[in-house]
Design a protein around this ligand. Structure first.
Ligand SMILES: Nc1ncnc2c1ncn2[C@@H]1O[C@H](COP(=O)(O)OP(=O)(O)OP(=O)(O)O)[C@@H](O)[C@H]1O
Length: 242
């Protein structure tokens, strides 16, 4: 088996409070700048995660447990303080929906811009363009600036571009909640199709019934630590406190 994602001992700290009162800063100065003036906390603590090619994994946990932070490390948009992340093959992430979109450009231009950011050549985008707008069902709005799109339209186009990059590893963060029901069904079907083709999938979602349908493995995070890693049904049961 080939490893698609290898996360080894990663930790990530965030600064809780950047600003301090003058008094606090003064005391800190006269005490010889001892300690750290900013308050920090660990969003991820020594997390290990090995995912084999073709595995479908759900990252589960309560709000603030570190799921999105871990996904951002896998996608490469965040760098860990310690530890390492390695991925094999093309990774496409639907993490911050339409993050690569430019508001003042049309849907069409954004398909090219976003497609290029996600590693497609112009010729590949030309070839897949019709299929991208067809899947997104954007139709006549393709030449409208995306700042006038509804959040659902934005999502459709972003999702469509991402799936058309033919990623080996597909990362999805809670985006399925944004679209309407028919589009959600279509996205889920597409995700299942990618999984059936042997693509690697990592999904973050609070919809436990949905992830149980899509994923085989569940990784539960709690305060930045992995507390369970195993079968999806057991992971869901753990989270539900069963
Ligand atoms: N850029 C950042 N700067 C400071 N704190 C951050 C940053 N990103 C995330 N955090 C904090 O890290 C913790 C973990 O956040 P994360 O978004 O990974 O949680 P999550 O498990 O995805 O939560 P949710 O289910 O609410 O989406 C939270 O307390 C969050 O406030």
């Amino acid at each position: 088996m080939t490893t698609a994602i290898e996360v080894q001992g990663i930790s990530k700290q965030f600064v809780l409070r950047h600003t301090r009162s003058l008094k606090e800063a003064f005391i800190w100065l006269i005490k010889g700048r001892k300690g750290d003036l900013s308050e920090k906390f660990h969003a991820l603590k020594d997390v290990d995660l090995m995912v084999e090619q073709g595995e479908t994994v759900a990252l589960l946990g309560f709000n603030g447990s570190g799921k999105s932070t871990l996904l951002k490390h896998i996608s490469g948009v965040m760098i860990p303080d310690t530890g390492s992340v390695r991925t094999r093959g093309k990774v496409a992430g639907l993490i911050e929906v339409g993050a690569g979109f430019h508001h003042d450009l049309s849907g069409r231009d954004n398909v090219y811009l976003n497609g290029a950011i996600l590693g497609m050549t112009e010729a590949q985008i030309d070839e897949r363009f019709e299929s991208i707008i067809e899947f997104a069902e954007i139709g006549q709005f393709i030449d409208t600036e995306v700042k006038f799109y509804s959040s659902g339209m934005y999502l459709r186009l972003a999702f469509s571009v991402a799936v058309h990059t033919n990623p080996e590893v597909f990362l999805v963060d809670e985006i399925l909640a944004v679209g309407d029901e028919p589009f959600q069904k279509k996205c889920i079907a597409k995700i299942q199709e990618l999984a059936a083709e042997g693509r690697t999938l990592v999904v973050v979602s609070h919809d436990l019934d949905l992830v149980a349908r899509i994923c085989e493995r569940g990784v539960v995070l709690d305060h930045g630590e992995v507390t369970f890693d195993g079968g999806i049904h057991e992971a869901v049961a753990k989270l539900r406190g069963a």
